[in-house]
Ligand binder design. Structure first.
Ligand code: A3P
Length: 286
């Protein structure tokens, strides 16, 4: 339980298993982002795999054959992981790439390309709860302790991938640039079809109404929960404790209300306000 080690790369904590300084350095300084890459960026637990499924399905015009036969981390590798970077180098273009890294660690080559970034955000209180549960089942993550302890670590950015606030502020600086699109988990929940249409428009993909229906159907919580290539059930037992919980946990918004006390919630709000001061965005949870 406590043998899990993290490395600190440029101030950001990452699990030692799957991550290395050499690989992170290669990703940041040598990896070539290509003009036709579609890049799915999130802070962990914000809907990464959901967006990955949506993008995979859009790329196949709603046909689920690919998303049902190829593991999500092979379809859209996380470029900061050792295996993910190697996979990304092998995948033929046009590639789908995933990443959780804060903007300042993202491949430098990106800024010289027309690659498209989709940034998905989620209510940070739900991110906290989702990450708390995930930390209990994913064996590469440190045991989170009590929710009170984990809340403090989360609010001070002492968790994998660093501070939620810094992540959001860093990536949202790209707002307004033509190759950047952002969306929230809450919008996806409220109107998945409308969101898929907007994403298609951003990507310049023309799908028929039936093809969009198919994307929406196969990206639903229920269908993804059944998709072995997306539900993490194929992760080996030494990486994930399948007896303790599931990756496809609840898939709702506002679950934090079932977990945080009034005092914890008020504390969260205070830290949120302090950290987000000066940001001129209004999110569904504000
Ligand atoms: P919960 O733990 O709150 O259920 P990520 O992919 O970034 O790790 O995020 C995981 C979260 O997204 C989990 O949240 C998971 O249940 C949720 N999720 C995954 N696919 C989803 C879908 N199709 N619809 C709604 N939520 C989904």
């Amino acid at each position: 339980m406590s043998s899990v080690e993290y490395i600190t790369y440029k101030g950001i904590l990452l699990p030692q298993m799957d991550y290395s300084f050499e690989n992170l350095n290669q990703m940041e300084n040598e990896f070539q982002i290509l003009d036709d890459d579609v890049i799915n960026i999130t802070y962990p637990k914000s809907g990464t795999n959901w967006m990955s499924e949506i993008l995979g399905l859009i790329s196949q015009k709603g046909d689920p054959t690919w998303t049902h036969s190829t593991l999500v981390w092979d379809r859209s590798p996380w470029i900061e992981t050792n295996g993910g970077l190697q996979r990304a180098l092998k995948n033929p273009p046009p590639r789908l790439l995933n990443s959780h890294v804060p903007f300042q660690l993202f491949p430098k080559s990106f800024l010289q390309t027309k690659a498209k970034v989709i940034y998905t955000l989620r209510d940070p209180k739900d991110v906290l709860i989702s990450l708390y549960h995930f930390s209990m089942i994913l064996k590469t993550l440190k045991y989170p302790g009590s929710l009170q302890e984990f809340l403090e670590e989360f609010l001070s950015g002492n968790v994998i991938y660093g501070s939620w606030f810094d992540h959001v502020k860093g990536w949202m600086e790209l707002k307004g640039s033509p190759n950047f699109f952002y969306i929230t988990y809450e919008e996806l929940l409220q109107d998945l079809r409308g969101c898929v249409e907007k994403i298609c428009q951003f990507l310049g993909k023309e799908l028929s109404s039936q093809q969009i229906d198919s994307v929406v159907e196969y990206a639903s919580f229920q269908k993804m929960k059944e998709n072995k290539k997306s539900n993490f059930s194929e992760l080996p037992d030494h990486v994930m404790d399948h007896k303790k919980g599931r990756f496809m946990r609840k898939g709702i918004s506002g679950d934090w209300k079932n977990h945080l006390t009034v005092a914890q919630n008020e504390h969260f709000d205070r830290v949120y306000r302090e950290n987000m001061r000066g940001m001129n965005n209004t999110f569904p949870w504000d």
